[in-house]
Design a protein around this ligand. Structure first.
Ligand code: NAI
Length: 341
């Protein structure tokens, strides 16, 4: 059978640790595109997360192997693999969080927008199934171009009558992870000390990615040139990996890490942990654009509060104005696709 479950030894581990008795509620997480470059390490990291009780791994092919492999790890969650569209409903049913890294990645010379046609269709069909089988789930969209796939998802959910703007997130966490790492390197502070913090706002492609280094903590005395270089490196972080992989895809391991921490933040919010704040691309009133990435407070219903941008310096203000036309056109492109297809 394609569905594999973890052994009963796993179940006794759960009760020994007391998860089953109420300290952490039952939570089902589904990964769509679980057999891919991001999907596999992301599935591994979600299997390590004690907040997950049921891990559902879906792809068009290859999931039985990934699920069997991951299911042998002796952590809390039960793992089930689903392959092919006829099993998508089962994969989604009862999901609290759905993470979507399905689609094709970039090759050298491609922009995220070049992926549009293939990934737009994949996202549309997956979101149609989400509306049907788990309309209340939080959706973490990783598939690129995020600036367009999130508006596509919103349109699909609106059409199905299930849209809740509090439950749809474009995952921009990798931009935050990169900005923190690059900043810590330049500022000569310890990134792993967990003190490095800074928001990345806007969107998730090229100049639409706007790291706010003026708000970074701990403060460092970096020159304007250094800030410009850090900003560019953050914006081009994806391309740096695409080129280094030379035709073998885009960021997968760092993306899996970023996706896993964002999903963990969503689960903590659902479980009522206070003050969970992360950046994500969400429906927004922060600017005149209908979707925008900024800090978001996560809670029991998903987005509890979309936080403002905070004080920007002149360089950041310019970056903000410069990104708006491209971001708006990517958003409109997504909406148009969803309406016409
Ligand atoms: P990959 O090609 O290694 O894996 C994609 C997986 O999606 C494959 O296993 C494929 O079978 C599956 N898939 C295709 N159509 C599907 C469908 N209809 N239903 C379910 N699964 C389906 O690609 P990789 O490297 O894992 O990248 C996946 C996506 O994530 C790409 O769109 C990429 O651009 C995006 N990405 C997003 C980032 C972000 O920061 N948000 C960072 C890096 C990549």
């Amino acid at each position: 059978s394609i569905v594999r479950r973890s052994s009963t030894a796993g179940a006794s581990y759960v009760s020994r640790r007391g998860f089953a008795s109420g300290s952490a509620p039952e939570r089902k997480v589904a990964v769509l595109g679980a057999a891919g470059g991001i999907g596999q390490p992301l599935s591994l990291l979600m299997k390590l997360n004690p907040l997950v009780s049921s891990l559902s791994l879906y792809d068009i092919a290859g999931t039985p192997g990934v699920a069997a492999d991951v299911s042998h790890i002796n952590t809390r969650s039960e793992v089930a693999g689903f392959a092919g569209e006829e099993q998508l409903g089962q994969a989604l049913e009862g999901a609290d969080v759905v993470i979507i890294p399905a689609g094709v990645p970039r090759k050298p010379g491609m922009t995220r927008d070049d992926l549009f046609n293939i990934n737009a269709g994949i996202v549309k069909s997956l979101c149609t199934a989400i509306a049907k089988y788990c309309p209340n789930a939080l959706v973490n969209m990783i598939s690129n171009p995020v600036n367009s796939t999130v508006p596509i998802a919103a349109e699909v959910f609106k059409k199905a009558g299930t849209y809740d703007e509090k439950k749809l997130f474009g995952v921009t966490m990798l931009d935050v992870v990169r900005a923190k790492t690059f900043y810590a390197g330049k500022a000569k502070v310890n990134v792993a000390g967990a003190q490095v913090n800074l928001p990345v706002v806007g969107g998730h492609a090229g100049i639409t990615i706007l790291p706010l280094f003026s708000q970074a903590t701990p403060k460092a005395n970096l020159s304007d040139e250094e800030i410009v270089a850090l900003t560019k490196r953050t914006q081009d972080g994806g391309t740096e990996v695409v080129e280094a992989k030379a035709g073998k895809g885009s960021a997968t391991l760092s993306m899996a890490y970023a996706g896993a921490i964002f999903a963990d933040a969503c689960l903590k919010g659902l479980n009522g942990v206070p003050d969970v704040v992360e950046c994500a691309f969400v429906q927004s009133n922060v600017t005149e654009l209908p979707f925008f990435a900024s800090k978001v407070r996560l809670g029991k219903n998903g987005v509890e509060e979309v936080l403002g941008l905070g004080p920007l310096n002149d360089y950041e203000k310019q970056g903000l104005e410069a990104l708006k036309p491209e971001l708006l056109s990517s958003i409109e492109k997504g909406i148009k696709f969803a309406k016409e297809n």
